[in-house]
Write a protein that binds this ligand. Structure first.
Ligand code: G3H
Length: 534
């Protein structure tokens, strides 16, 4: 059962990678070279070299100091120019054209990015490809959504003796930080809408998945005016603290842990000025009712709990299974689980891969040991076996409320099963939980499920019926209650969270109408629409 890391020779040519020592960073429209300290990038993948396992060094990236990170902030502040900069003043069409150009340039980097997603965060080729394609699609949909928003706000409104136009305008400078599990997709789901709405950005990639963004630096540079995007790298405490303490950040867009979000937010001296768009911790439960169609639903639950080794914020992180069907459920779950394969990200049909976070397998082992001490059994052979960065998934039952795994977000390949006899048990769990992103309910009885849905929609932000929890489709609102999120993201919502509704109004009289006519004739305003039919 022990996990086998490959030898160098056994890696197919197409998947090999050479070290990348990134020195470049983007500042004020220029790709500059960092001469200071570097941060080594280790892959989650080890290689078997003469019987010894050695962690692959993928390269390095700049390790900024606080002085350097403040230069990025200055460039973004300058480009915004109190809203007078080229970018915040540009028309939506000009911004859309720039993003279109960026998309075309980004498509040219496809293979490089997919390969780096595999090596840097251990994503399978299939999932890495999906992440890239989904991101391109998201950007295209975002453009369409902005066009729709613009069309809908193009009309002038007559009300109370006034003529007005109501549109959306940028906030200012955005600090954008994405997560390691979707370093491309989730980062761009905030970064690009923020830019499209006319904000300027300081962008810090996640702790893992940094090098894969390097090929995009020149795409950013070619597509956007100077200062619209400025990159920072390095230790968060060192580089993010001074940026926040400056008080010059208007929007904080962050996907990661709620404790980190709190630490960063608190550093802002003018909290009322700061808007936050946060995607945080989650511990989404599945409630498996006695009449669940287990044959069809178990594969869905398995995928919900273990896709990408359980490293999705939306993963099913605790399974409440009714006692009457527990034996049948575990039998089918284990059968289905046995079809999933462990291996390298480039192996065909692979599911379980090494984990990128340093020290993660050790931490997961502690959670696992605590759960077994509290009475849980590991149901699958080899469950929880660790080989360096790889942990073979462990399916555990019955997991006690006294164990850490019952409460803490594992974000990894541990599947806690909690048998229940009364629906109050999973419901109390949800009521008491600090997290409230989503929940899944599996069952067929319309009365029972209908009632449960009414309760759950007041506890979480999305209830999935006979389906796993997930973010997609990207047109659906993605949010969370309690400690799980602040703000709502989706293709259209993201445009809203990065902009404020603004109004231009004037008296509905001859002078007002004439003056507007002059502005439109001269085309002296980008804000006021050219169509004026009243
Ligand atoms: O990590 C959290 C992601 O937003 C989950 O997205 O449900 O599409 O995997 P997903």
């Amino acid at each position: 059962m022990s996990f086998v890391f490959p030898t160098e020779d056994s890696i197919p040519e197409k998947y090999r990678t050479k070290p990348i020592h990134q020195k470049e960073y983007l500042l004020d429209g220029e790709i500059r070279i960092w001469e200071g300290e570097s941060q080594i990038v280790k892959s989650p993948i080890f290689l078997n070299r003469n019987g010894k396992l050695e962690q692959v060094i993928l390269g390095s990236y700049p390790n900024f100091d606080s002085k350097q990170s403040l230069l990025a902030l200055d460039a973004a502040v300058k480009a915004y120019g109190h809203g007078t900069g080229v970018w915040p003043i540009a028309t939506p069409k000009e911004r859309i054209d720039a993003v279109r150009k960026f998309i075309e340039l980004m498509k040219g980097k496809r293979d490089q990015i997919i390969l780096l997603l595999m090596w840097e965060i251990g994503k399978t080729e299939k999932d890495a490809t999906k992440e890239f394609e989904r991101t391109i699609e998201y950007l295209i949909d975002t453009i369409e959504s902005l066009q729709e928003l613009e069309t809908n706000s193009a009309n002038y409104i007559k009300e109370g003796g006034l003529i007005a136009q109501i549109k959306r305008s940028p906030y200012g400078v955005v600090l954008c930080m994405g997560p390691f599990n979707y370093p491309l997709n989730e980062t761009f789901c905030t970064l690009i809408p923020a830019i499209l709405m006319g904000n300027t950005v300081v962008f810090k990639p996640a702790k893992y998945g940094v090098l894969l963004l390097q090929p995009l630096l020149e795409c950013f540079q070619k597509a956007f005016p100077p200062g619209v995007i400025n990159t920072v790298y390095g230790d968060g405490a060192k580089v993010i603290s001074p940026i926040m303490e400056s008080g010059k950040i208007d929007v904080f867009a962050f996907i990661g842990s709620s404790s980190t979000a709190n630490l960063i937010t608190k550093k802002h001296p003018k909290l009322n000025r700061l808007r936050s768009v946060l995607g945080l911790n989650a511990k989404n439960p599945a409630i498996v009712l006695p009449d669940t169609d287990l044959k069809t639903m178990v594969p869905e639950i398995l995928s919900g709990s273990l896709a990408y080794n359980g490293q999705r914020c939306t993963a099913l992180k605790i399974l409440f299974v009714h006692k009457d069907i527990l034996d049948e459920f575990t039998k089918l779950y284990l059968e289905e689980f046995s079809k999933w394969k462990a291996g390298m990200p480039w192996d065909k049909d692979v599911n379980f891969t090494p984990l990128p976070e340093e020290g993660k397998t050790k931490w997961l082992k502690e959670l696992l040991d605590d759960a077994t001490t509290q009475g849980a059994k590991i149901l699958n052979p080899g469950g929880g076996e660790v080989t360096e960065s790889f942990m073979f998934p462990a399916i555990l039952s019955p997991v006690s409320p006294n164990s850490r795994l019952y409460h803490e977000e594992q974000f990894g390949p541990l599947v806690p099963i909690v048998p229940f006899s009364s629906i109050d048990e999973p419901l109390n769990y949800i009521f008491q939980s600090n997290m409230g992103q989503q929940a899944s309910v599996f069952g067929k009885d319309p009365k029972t499920v209908g009632k449960l849905i009414d309760i759950l929609v007041n506890q979480v932000a999305r209830v999935n019926w006979n389906a796993q929890c997930q973010r997609g489709p990207d047109s659906f609102p993605f949010s969370g209650r309690k400690d799980s999120a602040d703000g709502t993201l989706s293709v259209s919502d993201a445009l809203r969270v990065f902009s404020i509704r603004t109004v231009v109004s004037f008296k509905d009289n001859e002078m007002g109408r004439n003056l507007l006519g002059e502005v439109l004739k001269e085309r002296s305003s980008n804000y006021l629409s050219q169509e004026f039919h009243l």
